[in-house]
Design a protein around this ligand. Structure first.
Ligand SMILES: *[C@@H]1O[C@H](CO)[C@@H](O)[C@H](O)[C@H]1NC(C)=O
Ligand SMILES: *[C@@H]1O[C@H](CO)[C@@H](O)[C@H](O)[C@H]1NC(C)=O
Ligand SMILES: *[C@@H]1O[C@H](CO)[C@@H](O)[C@H](O)[C@H]1NC(C)=O
Length: 352
């Protein structure tokens, strides 16, 4: 409530104080986002080291293609808010974001400023395409991030980028199914781009740059749910225009490591039906989903704590694993059939 009130106050202020900086007037997004003027766009392109594609948009698009563009815009706007806040924290030497050496700070800021501008162009491209097809553009929300220092911010960036890299595979498949040929090619160029970012985030965590031979796949609905963790509830002007599912929250209470182990999870069971069995289903790499029995430890109203095996050793489960509570044992043939039967998730595990 407090945040919403504040947002309202800023908007009305902006009507009177025309000289106020645009970042203040438009909330949390920089550079005139989500609708920069021509000179702001030129500046973004310079910071991004490149331009928006300048060819004509495709003449037609499938319905699933529209859903893809909405999810991409929703995700990219959140990323813009995140990287902008991270850059601000570093620039202002906020505690937890200070570098010992000025050169290190410069190298990191140079990279992050390019990433910010590149994400801005991704968001603009998706929203421009929506408006070209006479579909309402996705508007930014207010965001909050569960990090207090640079290292945690990079871990978070790496986590949501892994999920994006999986989700864009689903985007390409849906474009392919809808014969959205030109869009499939363009999104493939973005997948490589996000992969370059991810290599850098991984190196900063002391990991090898390339995560897996075949990156873990995901589903649009999982990304839609996960992004909402960073959204101030009720602050999205048109989130209901995005026809995707939001699952129950899944918390991983244990710290997974590179060996088979039992993990403890917490989630809400809206059915609150102790008689109905549940399973923990894992998606890792391009492999068939792995289903493990979920042992209920306790039920407190709708809140459930439960345990399931994380069978790392049997499947070389490095990189991103998406954990979901399903109300079907499977076997599942792919990630979209898992999403169909998901109750809670995604829980995100990244090993190595
Ligand atoms: C920026 O710093 C503030 C204050 O420590 C913190 O609450 C916020 O989560 C940080 N944001 C990012 C993206 O690191
Ligand atoms: C969008 O709407 C305009 C005005 O109604 C129309 O001329 C145009 O053909 C529409 N574009 C598409 C791609 O449907
Ligand atoms: C997981 O828990 C089950 C049942 O409590 C136990 O039999 C099994 O040995 C445990 N597995 C591991 C890897 O700890």
């Amino acid at each position: 409530m407090r945040n919403l009130y504040l947002a309202g106050a800023l908007v009305s202020l902006a009507c009177f104080v025309t000289a106020a900086p645009t970042s203040l007037m438009r909330g949390q997004l920089p550079d005139g986002m989500p609708s920069p003027g021509p000179s702001e766009l030129k500046q973004i392109e310079q910071s991004a080291h490149g331009t928006l594609p300048n060819g004509p948009p495709p003449p037609a698009i499938s319905n699933q293609g529209i859903v893809n563009l909405k999810l991409i815009a929703f995700n990219e706007l959140f990323e813009v808010a995140f990287f902008n806040e991270l850059i601000t924290n570093i620039t202002e030497n906020v505690e937890g974001y200070r570098f010992n050496k000025a050169e290190e700070q410069t190298v990191v800021l140079d990279a992050l400023k390019a990433i910010l501008a590149q994400e801005e162009l991704h968001a603009l491209r998706a929203n421009d395409a929506l408006s070209h097809f006479n579909v309402t553009e996705i508007e930014p929300c207010k965001y909050q991030f569960p990090v207090q220092d640079f290292d945690d911010a990079i871990v978070l960036a790496s986590t949501f980028t892994s999920l994006v890299l999986g989700t864009l595979q689903d985007v390409v498949e849906r474009f392919a199914l809808g014969h959205d040929v030109d869009l499939a090619r363009e999104i493939s160029s973005v997948i490589g781009q996000e992969g370059e970012q991810q290599g850098w985030f991984r190196v900063m965590q002391g990991k090898i740059p390339s995560e897996l031979p075949f990156l873990t796949t995901s589903d649009l609905n999982f990304a839609f749910t996960a992004i909402q963790d960073f959204v101030v509830p009720g602050s999205c002007p048109n989130i209901f225009d995005i026809p995707l599912r939001t699952f129950e929250d899944l918390k991983i209470l244990s710290t997974p490591g590179p060996q088979s182990q039992n993990l403890t999870f917490q989630f809400n069971d809206p059915d609150n039906d102790a008689a109905h069995p549940l399973w923990m289903t894992y998606i890792n790499q391009q492999n068939l989903p792995i289903v493990e029995p979920l042992h209920i430890i306790s039920r407190d109203g709708r809140e459930v704590q439960a345990e399931a095996l994380f069978p790392f050793d049997d499947h070389e489960m490095n990189g991103l694993t998406i954990a979901t509570v399903t109300n079907l044992e499977g076997p599942f043939e792919d990630v979209s059939s898992v999403a169909k039967w998901t109750l809670a998730g995604p829980g995100l595990i990244i090993i190595n």
